[in-house]
Design a protein around this ligand. Structure first.
Ligand code: GSH
Length: 266
């Protein structure tokens, strides 16, 4: 039995859900409401001491880190292989899965914090955010979080992150040109595509697809990956997405029963 601790609107969890869907593996979900600091509960920290999602449980094994989990699933369930056989292509795949974690994901965090998280104050109200933040074991970090969510959006930070992101997209453009497409490693759909798909999904949700202006092949690649059934099954439904440029904050404060905030009983 596979169990996944996740939340819907997380690119790292989305990546693991795509692998599970591509392989048609049944899995049991455990939802973590990060806005309510569920990931800092001792029961969850016993599984994942870093207090982040995803965490995958396979039998007696606890696996952490989305990229490691994705590669593990491909090894443990070899049908519908998601890694090139050729060592050079496999190295290229790993370069891009590395670059997703080292460069693209951190840029996404900056853009998401400014364009999505700062809407939490309006959506939930500070009283409720303060109440939830009491669950954080490190109160200095909790106070810093509260200060940042209640600060105005930093446009300069978003623009600078988007510029850096666009530079990486031009590199990806060259890679797809060299590989001949349609995928990052050429004809083989791989973990590189699966790592970058959710990142581009977030870019689209942040209304920042302009970062692909000089990368038409990447734009085409993104349209192709969005048409895959596994991608669609793994993607968050609109109601489970956080508020952002494409999802305005409701006029009145929402409580812990909002779809994104909910922590359904297991
Ligand atoms: N390198 C880790 C990063 C995991 C990570 O940062 N996950 C985010 C969600 S995408 C998280 O748990 N954030 C905590 C929060 O939202 O408070 C991985 O790939 O699994």
């Amino acid at each position: 039995m596979i169990e996944l601790y996740h939340f819907w609107d997380s690119p790292c969890c989305f990546k693991v859900r795509i692998v599970l869907a591509e392989k048609k593996i049944d899995w049991k979900p455990h939802l973590i409401a990060s806005v309510q600091f569920d990931h800092f509960k001792p029961k969850y920290q016993a599984l994942n001491p870093h207090s982040i999602v995803p965490t995958l449980i396979h039998g007696d094994h606890i696996l952490l880190q989305s990229g490691v989990i994705a590669e593990y699933l491909d090894e443990a369930f070899p049908d519908n292989g998601l890694r090139p056989i050729n060592p050079v292509d496999r190295a290229i795949m790993r370069q891009w899965t590395h670059d997703e974690q080292a460069y693209l994901f951190p840029l996404i965090i900056i853009m998401s914090f400014n364009l999505m998280m700062t809407l939490r104050e309006k959506a939930y109200g500070m009283d409720q955010l303060r109440e939830w933040s009491k669950r954080h074991p490190d109160q200095a970090r909790a106070q810093d979080y509260l200060k940042r969510v209640s600060s105005p959006m930093d446009k300069q930070a978003v623009d600078s992150a988007a510029k850096k992101f666009a530079w990486h997209m031009e590199r990806l453009e060259k890679q797809i040109e060299i590989s001949g497409g349609p995928w990052i490693c050429g004809k083989i759909y791989s973990l590189a595509d699966i790592s970058l798909g959710p990142i581009l999904d977030r870019i689209e949700y942040l209304d920042l697809l302009g970062v692909l202006d000089k990368a038409p092949r990447v734009a085409e690649w993104f349209e192709t990956i969005k048409n895959r059934q596994a991608f669609q099954e793994a993607a968050p439904d609109f109601e489970y997405r956080m508020w952002g440029p494409k999802k305005p904050v409701p006029k009145t404060h929402v409580g812990s029963d909002a779809p994104y905030a909910a922590f359904p009983s297991e």
